[in-house]
Design a protein around this ligand. Structure first.
Ligand code: AMP
Ligand code: GLY
Length: 427
């Protein structure tokens, strides 16, 4: 069978690579794809981004089903459109993806269903937002309601930062209409972790846990990015916490969405804050997989992903059990000079090794030019993933891989996994 994956990042490279491992799958097409997808056996780029053109192409090519990677496509309703063309597609509808594309919807939903999260209020005029901030004080968190490419959240430690964030979002429209409404919420201390599940709208199949490093620089300093590295599993999520997250958060979310007439079919990514004493609250929902978390989850998945998604499309996820590689996977993101604000493109990339059982490099911002050279083509260029029996061993393997890869002014963190390693030492 042929499968289509929508997207162009490392997440999509990892998803497509895993799908292509199945003997049932002939080719996985990725639209628009990247330079690594073009050179991975079994994968092909398809240079179409317009949904209606892509749907016509999928019909002509007899694509069995489509899997959606990025949030923007979901928020634009790609699932609704493909379904209206009679195509099978795995991902939430626009209405179900509102859990991600409107923070206000997500917060109100959690309140309606008693799902633990930070207290909040929503504002659509700047003056009331300013006076609310003066009333609650700092630290406080200010979030643009709509999608803002991961940049619409300000954790304000001073009143000045908080007021500036309100002005940037509501008065100067830094994120366009996404910031016309803002959610102001209580600051939650603790350690963040990501929890991933698949759902067919009713049944839930937990994937693996992961943690990512959002800040650009070592020691979790510097500006926020899409993610500079990740590892799976996340040791902070103990078996007890795992059970609690499923019963207090994931189950009421999937049941609540179904009860509200927008069943959530797709990958659900719950961002969590874990506090001392085992208190877990939701930071945010994403209606998709994480990037770079997917790059460390897919290498650990041993089940045939094409069968798992097929079961989800047929509403029978309750018949599936997943098998996991017990090793830890750790991924280091290699970013271009200038990332995250003004990444430089067009630098030649050398030395990316072939995939092995314990080391694989997933591409993100790369392309192959007309002369056949691999060039950088975005902020996050690639993610070098190592697997090992401990976090430390996975880390060593990943950094050995990083040592082999070269492009001009490559940026990367040298401490991916430090929280997990500190935790293993303590225990
Ligand atoms: P979000 O896009 O909602 O995930 O927010 C981006 C980042 O801001 C999160 O990954 C957290 O590091 C931080 N953050 C968001 N909300 C809160 C909160 N209520 N308390 C503390 N940190 C938060
Ligand atoms: N790495 C976080 C995300 O994909 O949103």
């Amino acid at each position: 069978m042929k499968i289509l994956v929508i997207g162009s990042g490392g997440r999509e490279h990892a998803l497509a690579w895993r799908l292509a491992q199945s003997h049932r799958v002939q080719t996985v097409y990725v639209a628009p794809g990247n330079g690594g997808i073009a050179t991975t056996p079994g994968l092909k780029n398809i240079a179409i981004t317009d949904f209606s053109e892509l749907a016509s192409w999928a019909i002509e090519e007899e694509i069995e089903y489509t899997v959606v990677g990025p949030d923007a496509a979901l928020a634009e309703g790609v699932v609704d459109y493909f379904e209206s063309c009679g195509l099978k597609i795995f991902g939430p509808t626009k209405a179900a993806a509102e859990l991600e594309w409107s923070k206000d919807f997500a917060k109100a939903f959690m309140t309606r269903h008693n799902i633990p999260t930070a207290d909040y209020q929503t504002f659509s005029d700047a003056a009331s937002a300013h006076s609310y901030i003066d009333q609650v004080g700092v630290p406080v968190v200010i979030k643009a309601d709509g999608l803002a490419a991961g940049k619409g959240v300000v954790v304000a430690m001073t009143l000045e930062q908080a007021h500036q964030a309100i002005d940037a979002m509501m008065v100067n429209a830094q994120f366009g209409s996404s910031g016309a409404r803002v959610v102001i919420e209580e600051f939650m201390p603790g350690e963040e972790a990501s929890f991933f599940v698949l759902s067919d709208g009713h049944n839930i199949l937990p994937l693996a846990t992961a943690q990512d490093h959002k800040r650009l620089l070592n020691g979790d300093l510097g500006p926020n990015t899409g993610g500079m590295g990740a590892y799976s599993p996340a040791p902070v999520i103990t078996p007890t916490l795992h059970g609690k997250i499923l019963s207090q958060i994931v189950k009421p979310t999937i049941a609540g969405m179904a009860a509200e007439g927008r069943p959530f079919k797709g990958f659900l990514f719950v961002g969590l804050m874990i506090q001392a004493g085992g208190i877990v609250r939701v930071v945010e929902y994403n209606a998709r997989l994480g990037d770079p978390e997917t790059q460390v989850i897919m290498p650990r998945l041993q089940s045939d992903l094409s069968l798992v998604i097929e079961a989800a499309l047929q509403n029978r996820l309750d018949t599936i059990e997943l098998e996991w590689d017990r090793r830890t996977a750790l991924g280091v993101v290699l970013a271009a000079k200038g990332y995250p604000d003004h990444p430089r493109k067009g630098d030649p990339i050398f030395g990316i090794p072939k995939f092995t059982d314990d080391a694989m490099t997933f591409h993100a911002g790369t392309l192959i030019n007309e002369q056949g050279y691999l060039l950088t083509n975005g902020g996050r260029v690639a993610c070098a993933v190592g697997l090992g029996d401990s976090v430390r061993m996975a880390q060593d393997r990943a950094y050995a891989l990083v040592d082999e890869i070269k492009f001009r002014d490559m940026q990367f963190r040298t401490d991916i996994g430090h929280l997990a390693i500190a935790k293993t030492k303590k225990n």
